[in-house]
Design a protein around this ligand. Structure first.
Ligand code: TYD
Ligand code: MG
Length: 471
């Protein structure tokens, strides 16, 4: 039954919809983000429901225990280990994945490399580009996947209905849409890239993928400031959201999963951009610590647990007397508010007078770790630069700092310590309760082998940690 089209307002930031216009989004509170759009005569829920059933029949519920999943057989390997891991073990059949990142970061490159591998192993792959001509695609493919086979199809098209028709004809095992901002459907008249087009196309691709059981990759451009917020409106309906980040003038690229219905989130994959496309970096910790100097001031190693593996990182700090006016605090790869908190803790609990010091903190390698396990390393690096104490390269500092200067346990310490041992670290400074537990495990033989060479230095608070790292 056709419904009357009506005007609604949608927030470009969070995708929230409201029948009334207001200057501030009633859902996320952002200002000036509500844009006018026409509601469709068939709403998206109707379509989604219908897609599950044959035309004319209503959907039927199944017993969960009778549903076959096929397990790992349902996964398609991209042929790129790091990519597969971020996806949770490969691409799930019928899934919809959004891969977002700034323009020029390498989204098309990684996806074409994966596409070429899949074409060789599984069958036809259809790469639809609304950004480049077929010649441009071929030129790039020749460079990054010279050994491609006849199963790699490309299509320069932006019309959704045409893409659906070609997909029907080609019957690919994987469909790639590069990018969602260039696609449009005839059903609505707003321009490609507008919030309503992006949302409608996202919906339609999802329907296509689910009905035909074809996994789909959708590329989406986002800017640092998140200006092109359109893709946000499809995040809720896709199965996986991957984000590709890096500095364009450096060659390191990190692929991170933000949402994954088929695996863990916060899983990361590391790549290097080279002349022949992206190559995997298998030992990312080694890469992050490569240029580290022993005995430097203001440099401390720490670790985070990302997805399913530990990652060792160097944190650097520099303090310098500030000129007139207020002291500057700059954090790269670390939360600025947490830096302020740590500075306050150092000031009050450890007696460092930092009020007239500019403080800079940098996580080496352009990586932005999540979580709070890096707190202690940041604090010790600041202490080291301020007091002029040199840091040992074989020491790792782990722990979250509380407002009283106490240290809190971190997750997955045991696995981090194993990784530290593998990397040749000798000492790990960590919260005492955790050190004790791990020490007991060690005594009981639960931790064995190489990691027994690491000495665990349990500390209760920031002052004990400051003493420990100077030993
Ligand atoms: P691209 O995959 O087109 O980025 P996106 O699709 O995210 O916009 O990557 C473009 C950049 O990567 C471009 O600036 C050149 C660089 N690049 C290389 O350095 N080596 C390569 O082999 C390729 C294909 C690209
Ligand atoms: Mg591209």
């Amino acid at each position: 039954m056709a419904k009357k089209a009506k005007t609604v307002y949608m927030c470009t930031e969070c995708g929230g919809e409201s029948a009334k216009w207001s200057g501030q989004c009633p859902f996320c509170g952002e200002w000036n983000t509500m844009t006018e759009m026409k509601a469709q005569d068939t709403d998206e829920n109707d379509r989604r429901r219908r897609s599950a059933a044959a035309p004319g029949r209503h959907a039927k519920a199944n017993k969960l225990m009778d549903i076959e999943t096929g397990g790992e057989k349902h996964r398609i390997s991209t042929g790129i280990g790091e990519f597969d891991r971020v996806l949770g073990g490969g691409i799930v059949r019928g899934s919809l994945t959004l891969i977002s990142g700034e323009p020029g970061i390498g989204k098309s490159t990684i996806i074409m490399q994966a596409a070429s591998n899949i074409a060789k192993k599984y069958g036809k792959v259809l790469y639809v580009s609304g950004e480049e001509s077929e010649e441009q695609i071929k030129l790039r493919a020749d460079r990054i996947c010279p050994d491609m086979n006849e199963n790699f199809y490309s299509l320069g098209e932006t019309n959704l209905e045409n893409i659906a028709a070609v997909t029907e004809e080609v019957k690919p095992v994987l469909l790639i849409i590069d990018s969602i901002q260039t696609m449009y459907t005839q059903e609505i008249d707003s321009a490609p890239g507008s919030v309503s087009q992006v949302r409608e196309c996202g919906n339609e691709f999802m329907r296509l993928g689910k009905v035909k059981n074809i996994p789909i990759f959708i590329v989406a451009h986002v800017t640092k400031a998140g200006e092109l917020a359109g893709p946000k409106t499809v995040e809720h309906l896709v199965d996986c959201v991957l984000n590709f980040v890096g500095e364009r003038n450096q060659d390191l690229r990190i692929l991170r999963s933000f949402k994954n219905r088929f695996g863990t989130t916060s899983e990361i994959g590391a790549f290097e951009m080279g002349e022949h496309g992206l190559s995997e970096i298998k030992d990312i910790s080694k890469r992050f610590l490569e240029d580290m100097e022993d005995g430097a001031e203001g440099s401390m190693v720490t670790a985070v647990y990302e997805g399913t593996r530990p990652l060792l990182l160097e944190v650097q700090a520099l303090s310098a007397p500030s000129g007139v006016g207020f002291a500057r605090r700059t954090a790269i790869g670390f939360d600025a508010r947490r830096l302020n908190m740590i500075l306050a803790v150092l000031e009050r609990q450890a007696g460092l007078s930092l009020a007239e010091q500019d403080v800079y903190v940098n996580v080496v390698g352009g990586f932005r770790p999540e979580g709070t396990s890096t707190d202690l390393a940041v604090a010790l690096a600041i202490h080291s630069t301020f007091r002029g104490v040199s840091c040992r390269k074989d020491t790792l500092a782990l722990g979250e700092i509380g407002l009283t200067g106490d240290l809190r346990r971190i997750q997955y310490a045991e696995r981090i310590i194993k990784e530290a041992a593998r990397m040749g670290f000798k000492r790990v400074i960590l919260p005492r309760s955790q050190a004790k537990k791990l020490g007991d495990l060690k005594a009981a033989g639960a931790i064995s082998g190489t990691e027994s060479g690491v000495s665990l230095m349990g500390v209760r608070n920031i002052n004990e940690a400051i003493e420990a790292y100077q030993k």
